[in-house]
Design a protein around this ligand. Structure first.
Ligand code: C5P
Length: 275
């Protein structure tokens, strides 16, 4: 029996960093959203772990993969044998602010929960996700939500399913830990409490300035996206370097993607939609 789980890309429609904590993490208020596309994780007969897909080579040789760690945690938490062959199909750029590794880990947990008849709402599953990384709980449910704390305290909010999105990554990997380290420590205020788009538009990504200091090309991506007709919101996601634009109409997304391709054929693009 083969089971497959999608590992959709995560976006931070807004990401407010409020304070540095004693434990080295940062207290956040973020608006998580998910798109229709991403990696996939497949469980089949046999043993072992393999990676395929367009970004497989970027993970090559990384034994400490979040997928294998998720499988180990699951086996421990639920006292089951970690059996089966896991295949990760890597379509999202690595270290790119799209929560790819977190989504892969979350998809692995969902996959094993299905295989072993564990409910998605089982608190032990959440505990596994929480231990694997700050974005993994949000990715476990893959629902539009406000995240507080490290990002693990989740409050579901109404999404905007189907809204056209264009993702663009200029091909530079950015270290999340380093971007957080360079945050200037200034609290610029809370996330608002309006509908999704209004809250996102009134918000910001406080990690954008430190990420741009490391990878100035992020500024070029944001400027190009902001110049596109029909754009409803442009922002960097997570700690970068992927930026996204939301559009009211698919045609505007298509035209923007063509403009990005024409100007920067080497930049990665994904035309997708909010889920
Ligand atoms: O939780 P995760 O391992 O994904 O986080 C990666 C790094 O990002 C952490 O080691 C930390 O440096 C930083 N981080 C943070 N505050 C958060 C989330 C992540 O400082 N809320």
């Amino acid at each position: 029996m083969t089971l497959t789980e999608p590992a959709p890309a995560k976006l931070n429609l807004a990401l407010h960093v409020r304070r540095r904590r004693e434990d080295g993490y940062h207290e956040l208020e973020t608006l998580f959203a998910f798109v229709a596309d991403g990696d996939t994780v497949t469980l089949s007969e046999g043993e072992g772990f393999e990676v395929d897909g367009p970004f497989a080579s970027e993970l090559a040789g990384k034994g400490d993969n979040l997928v294998t760690r998720a499988a180990e945690r699951f086996a421990e938490a639920f006292d089951v044998e970690a059996r089966g062959r896991i295949t990760l199909t890597k379509r999202l750029p690595v270290a790119s602010g799209l929560g790819g590794g977190s989504a892969d880990a979350a998809a692995t947990l969902r996959l094993l929960a299905r295989r072993h008849g564990i409910a998605l709402a089982d608190p032990r599953l959440f505990a596994c996700a929480d231990a694997l990384g700050s974005d993994v709980p949000a990715c476990l449910y893959s629902r539009t939500a406000i995240g507080r704390g490290r990002g693990e305290r989740l409050e579901p909010v109404e999404g905007a399913p189907g809204m056209p999105v264009l993702l663009v990554n200029p091909g530079v990997a950015v270290s999340t830990a380093e971007v957080f380290r360079r945050w200037d420590g200034i609290d610029r205020g809370a996330l608002g409490a309006s509908d999704l788009l209004a809250t996102a538009r009134a918000g910001r990504n406080d990690l954008e300035p430190p990420a741009r200091a490391i990878a100035p090309v992020i500024g070029d991506v944001l400027a190009l996206l902001a110049a596109q007709p029909g754009v409803a919101l442009v922002r960097m996601s997570g700690s970068g370097a992927t930026c996204f634009a939301l559009f009211d109409k698919p045609a505007a997304r298509g035209a923007a993607a063509a403009a990005v391709r024409a100007g920067h054929p080497g930049w990665w693009r994904l035309e997708t939609a909010l889920s």
